[in-house]
Design a protein around this ligand. Structure first.
Ligand code: SF4
Length: 269
């Protein structure tokens, strides 16, 4: 019976998120961004783009940006140029459009487009907020995202308390959760799974590989992410994304929490 006494000593370990903000203690890294002030502006002549193995850094004199949809969090830019790049521990990193993954953030035109996406997604998923079934498909993952997804059902995250369940059948699924760089061999099964789902067919792409291909972008064996194969509604960056980030993406998809731009509800249980 040692597990009983251990459980009693531990007390309740389950997070209160999203009713209360939660996350990880430092030095946890959730994303990388330019730190310059004013945001994104740096001196000319810097070969910053060559620092990044996945092409996430763009420098258009004088502005430097980081595309979190390409960033694999290798930390090379932060180590080499800590005066320009900084890592932060943000966990609510899911967004509704690739433009919102670029830091510094979207301009006013993109903000208007994001507001439209937000309204459309809320309308489509209104009926799902208290019961959500997820079909996960690995479309060429290295396995890291799967470890984080598996953690969602442990006592710390306990997604069942929020009415979130995983299902084996696409016929019973509301959300298609996709990981992996989009291997060519998985494109057909991925599309068939999507087509077998009932409406409203919400797609959440999780991890940098799923968003852009990551280190595999341009490979003969992948489609450079899954966004070319499926109409992705929510993008969760990270390599891999943490369980809190995955949970943020799922709850964003059904309108229970807000995206980083601030639309929708926030921290509602
Ligand atoms: S952390 Fe690595 S992958 Fe991300 S922007 Fe910096 S160099 Fe590129």
């Amino acid at each position: 019976m040692p597990w009983v006494t251990r459980g009693l000593r531990s007390g309740v370990v389950t997070t209160r998120y999203p009713r209360r903000p939660d996350g990880y203690p430092g030095p946890w890294v959730g994303s990388v961004r330019p730190r310059t002030s004013p945001p994104g502006e740096v001196d000319s002549g810097l070969d910053l783009e060559s620092l990044c193995p996945t092409g996430a850094i763009r420098w258009e004199d004088p502005v430097v940006t980081v595309d979190r949809g390409r960033c694999i969090l290798c930390m090379r830019c932060v180590r080499e140029r800590p005066d320009i790049f900084v890592a932060d521990g943000e966990v609510e990193v899911a967004v509704l459009h690739p433009s919102a993954l670029v830091s510094p953030g979207p301009g006013s035109d993109d903000e208007r487009a994001l507001a439209t996406l937000r309204t459309d997604l809320l309308r489509r998923t209104r009926a799902l907020r208290r019961s959500v079934h997820i079909r996960h498909v690995d479309a060429g993952s290295d396995g890291t995202e799967e470890w984080e997804i598996a953690a969602l059902t442990n006592p710390v995250y306990d997604v069942q308390r929020l009415g979130i369940f995983f299902t084996a059948s696409p016929r019973h699924a509301d959300i298609l959760l996709v990981t992996g760089a989009g291997s060519g061999a998985m494109t057909g099964p991925l599309v068939e799974t999507y087509e077998a789902m009932p409406s409203p067919k919400v797609v959440v792409a999780a991890g940098t590989d799923a968003l852009s291909g990551g280190m595999h972008a341009g490979s003969y064996a992948t489609t450079g992410g899954v966004t070319a194969s499926l109409p992705v509604d929510v993008l969760v960056p990270g390599s891999p994304p943490s369980p809190f980030s995955l949970l943020h993406g799922i709850l964003l998809a059904v309108g229970i929490v807000a995206d980083r731009s601030g639309g929708g509800k926030q921290h509602e249980g």
